[in-house]
Design a protein around this ligand. Structure first.
Ligand SMILES: Nc1ncnc2c1ncn2[C@@H]1O[C@H](COP(=O)(O)OP(=O)(O)OP(=O)(O)O)[C@@H](O)[C@H]1O
Ligand SMILES: [Mg+2]
Length: 357
């Protein structure tokens, strides 16, 4: 097991500062996810941890050892880290077995030990029957799993994974998420996982670091950042959310875009606010506080994704499938809201308000 301590790390490529003041400790056995939109600096952070990139300033420790910082730089091969790159590379001239065995072969491990370890990880990634195939005889997703098996075979104490499931179909992706999580639990290794897929991050992580333009916007458990987003960027990035402009007067929030309809609100904020509502937190209710016209229902199997026109505003409602089969497009409906998030103009979270029904 390994801890990773990042002290004030900043990274610039020329004038372009791509990571600003990253300051954090990843604890032993934690599953950490770096999440954020394309170009926000996730891969760069991972490459700094692996030792493929030097930080411009700041220090990096693995366990208690300084590996980057000042005059010190420990090269990647001396950091005992397993890594799957975003552009995973498998050796084209080696079959699957030899690809996966490679990290042990260069360490000159006994043959029997290598065979056992390789068979074990191939089983984990569901590639046992492909051991003799060459990479050009595999699909992209299968090659990605070869890369994952190769990163795991030497039982590293720290595993860095850069979008390792991006080429898999939805079903395999879900099962591999579970497998990676199981491997991590079983081996007790520390994992730093990079993805821009928020569902994946929510499902797998002990803690998520949500990054935007090289700055950590918020870190915390999936529940913390989903339920108490620090700012509008975080609320918007995680899950589905709609923003509505409102006016708070201490008792109510009035929505000018909804023909002046309002909801009760006794929070401290007065004046212009941004109200964020997750569509699964709005539900149809004959006694509801908002009234609108049902425009369309999209049947998604488990739920109905509905659009309701309230004044000039389209309100999205994700309703559980069965209860609302009776509703017809064009019908007047009333809605209630479970939770709203109220943000100030600068995008900082003002208050999480629970509206009880
Ligand atoms: N070697 C480099 N030289 C110059 N700029 C770079 C280099 N590597 C990355 N960058 C820039 O740093 C920024 C962050 O890149 P990075 O690869 O870390 O993003 P990312 O979050 O991994 O994005 P994605 O989700 O698309 O993989 C980008 O603007 C990128 O263009
Ligand atoms: Mg990347």
């Amino acid at each position: 097991m390994a801890t990773v301590t990042i002290k004030h790390i900043t990274k610039a490529f020329g004038d372009n500062v791509v990571l600003k003041e990253f300051n954090e400790t990843f604890r032993e056995g934690e599953f950490i996810t770096l999440l954020g939109p394309s170009g926000c600096g996730k891969t760069t952070m991972l490459r700094i941890i692996a030792g493929f990139e030097k930080p411009t300033s700041g220090e990096l420790y693995i366990d208690d050892q300084l590996v980057s910082g000042g005059k010190t730089f420990v090269p990647p091969e001396k950091r005992s880290i397993g890594m799957v790159f975003q552009s995973y590379a498998v050796w084209p001239h080696m079959n699957v077995f030899d690809n996966v065995a490679y990290p042990l072969t260069i360490k000159k491990k006994p043959k029997a030990e290598i065979r056992e370890a390789v068979e074990h990880v191939l089983d984990i990634v569901h590639l046992s029957q492909y051991a003799q195939r060459f990479p050009n005889q595999l699909s992209g997703g299968q090659q990605q799993r070869v890369a994952l098996a190769r990163a795991l075979v030497a039982a590293p104490k720290l595993l860095l994974l850069d979008e390792p499931l991006s080429n898999l179909d939805a079903k395999l992706r879900e099962s591999m998420r579970f497998e990676i999580k199981e491997i991590q639990r079983k081996l007790g290794i520390t994992v730093v996982y990079v993805t821009h897929d928020q569902t994946e991050a929510m499902a797998m992580s002990d803690r998520i670091f949500l990054i935007n333009r090289g700055v950590v916007q918020q870190s915390g458990t999936p529940q913390e950042i989903y339920n108490q987003p620090a700012n509008q960027f975080v609320a918007d990035f995680l899950g589905k959310v709609d923003f509505f402009k409102g006016e708070a007067d201490g008792e109510r929030i009035v929505f000018p875009g909804m023909g002046g309809q309002s909801i009760a609100y006794s929070g401290p904020r007065r004046g212009k606010v941004e109200v964020a509502i997750r569509p699964e937190n709005i539900y149809f209710d004959p006694d509801g506080v908002l009234e609108g016209t049902l425009e369309h229902q999209y049947y998604l199997g488990d739920v109905d994704d509905c659009r309701v026109r309230v004044g000039d505003t389209a309100v999205r409602v994700i309703a559980s499938g069965f209860a609302y089969k009776t509703l017809r497009d064009g019908q007047k409906v009333r809605m209630n809201i479970r939770d709203i998030m109220v943000f100030e103009d600068d995008g900082l979270l003002e208050q999480m308000l629970k509206i009880q029904t």
